[in-house]
Design a protein around this ligand. Sequence first.
Ligand code: PLP
Length: 372
Amino acid sequence: MRLETLAVHAGGEPDTETGAIAPPIHMATTFRHGPAGERVAGFEYVREGNPTQERLETALAALEHGEAALAFGSGMAAMTALLESLAPGTTLLVPTDCYTGLRVLADEFLPRGGISAQRVDTADLTAVDAAFAADAGAIWLETPSNPQLRVADIAAIVDCAHRRGALVFCDNTFATPVLQQPLALGADVVMHSTTKYFGGHSDVMGGALVFTQRGELCERVAHRRHVTGGVLAPFNAWMTLRGLRSLPARMHWHCANARRIAEFLAAHARVSAVNYPGLPTHAGHAVAQRQMRDFGAMLSFRVAGGRDAALAAAGRLKLIHNATSLGGCETLIEHRASVEGTNPVSPQDLLRLSVGLEHTDDLIADLAEALG
Ligand code: PLP
């Protein structure tokens, strides 16, 4: 079945009791069992699993072409559960440009469990190969990356990692399975912040892991989720499932809008650089073209004149909101360096744009006025 059809139907069997086309939300925290704990209908306690979450996990696994999926309360909960399941002593390769949450997790929390993180430019295959030579056990990819939209060659890195028995994890939040399917390129686990495009309306938090196999790693992470409790609430599972029904249709529109905005910005005199893999001038364009169906709707750009000019332009926008997060219907802009905590790493003149579903004429008019 094609992805568009899977998105509409996976995990969407009509309710067996009522025939309802939209699935019921099972809010129950506990499920009847036999006197010795025998399960009656497969469920026991909500922290371990529930029917609404199971529907979502079925859909996520189908969309990413994995065998099993685990839903979490947030993207960070998903990422943490996976990375903290690595054996103590493991070296994890982490991209130099990546979501701040991963950076903090790698620096502050993972070392406490004996996992050490080593930075590598995942857009540079030679650097990745050299880093693996130092005996890394796993690599984290985020492609395109947040916020500089760097592109990693998933298949080539998988080849490099698997030759050494190392695992490949890929944060597919920016691309979504509509545009990129890391498991089909050989990655072992895909991670999502479903808070973004899956939910799609800036109103529901969640995270997910999708595994190629329901094997030992998946069981270990499921056990950790059950015990440490980073689960998704049933209502959020339902909202996310509702959101993903329209994911392919939204991504199509998001990408078309982003392409036009990127071209507008690239031609603007007050913009010194545009990071968008869809532009032929982007360093990762050829790889992105090979491994993605389209180039996504996230981009970042640098404003000539530095930090003050960037902040002034962001402050003049009227239609585009200054706000964090991404993947919703509305276009959002953010000065990443301002929200990266005590040790910001993003360039001070960089603004990140999550291109929404408005008409591009209106978005371009707003940007043109703000840039001056
Ligand atoms: N990965 C990426 C690429 C993100 O942009 C984010 C959040 O912005 C996360 C992971 C974390 O997801 P969440 O906010 O759902 O915990």
